[in-house]
Write a protein that binds this ligand. Structure first.
Ligand code: ZN
Length: 217
């Protein structure tokens, strides 16, 4: 069986990789950069001092981006992260709006989930971006200390308090004074990024930047 497009499922033809030519052109790039204010920045205002945030794609509950991210996360297609990271990394390197970054750090999975899935879906994405912008990819400085469960019966305050201890920074001596680009898959409420950014700032990094594969508009 020749490979099928991850966006629309048609069979790919010679030279096409992961997406057919139509889906590739229809991919909803945000065209945000790291020099102008955008929707991703505004999520964090008044919450945590993230220097600048941006996302590569718009996420919607139907369509190409949803299919890609679903396959990446649940269907063992870790190469999709590499594909998105090399594309976005090339854009970032080209537009030059991102200041010089020391470390690219992925939002971690809980170790149990990592074992089950076999890979962190953000790793390939982060590694490609790190290579493109001449930064070092640091996989193991953030750890997730508890597995998140749906907590519908808990109040907002209770959930918030739990979130605060969910992610921890280790090897904090290497982080001191460094500029870090935190990477994740889809940003919705920004709660996970907020807690990770706070852990990095507690570890005395100088600035936190955020780049995600997609944002829910
Ligand atoms: Zn397609």
């Amino acid at each position: 069986m020749p490979p099928a497009c991850f966006g629309c499922n048609v069979q790919l033809i010679g030279g096409e990789e992961l997406l057919c030519t139509t889906c590739r052109y229809e991919l909803p790039l945000t065209e945000y950069n790291f020099s102008q204010e955008n929707h991703v920045d505004r999520i964090f205002y008044g919450r945590v001092p993230i220097k600048k945030a941006s996302s590569f794609l718009y996420f919607s509950s139907i369509g190409i981006v949803k299919n890609l991210l679903h396959q990446l996360k649940y269907k063992n297609q870790s190469h999709i992260g590499i594909f998105l990271g090399s594309w976005y990394g090339a854009l970032l390197a080209e537009d030059g709006s991102l200041p010089e970054i020391d470390y690219v750090v992925p939002v971690p999975l809980h170790p149990k989930k990592l074992r089950k899935r076999g890979y962190n879906q953000v790793t390939g994405f982060g590694k490609q971006i790190a290579t493109a912008i001449n930064a070092t990819f640091l996989e193991d400085v953030l750890t997730k200390t508890a597995n998140t469960k749906t907590q519908t019966k808990k109040s907002r305050i209770e959930r918030w308090q739990e979130q605060q201890s969910l992610f921890k920074a280790k090897k904090t001596n290497v982080l001191t004074g460094k500029k870090v680009l935190l990477v994740d898959d889809v940003i919705t409420t920004g709660a996970t990024i907020e807690v990770c950014a706070r852990a990095l700032l507690d570890a005395q990094v100088s600035e936190v930047y955020v780049a995600t594969m997609a944002i829910v508009p």
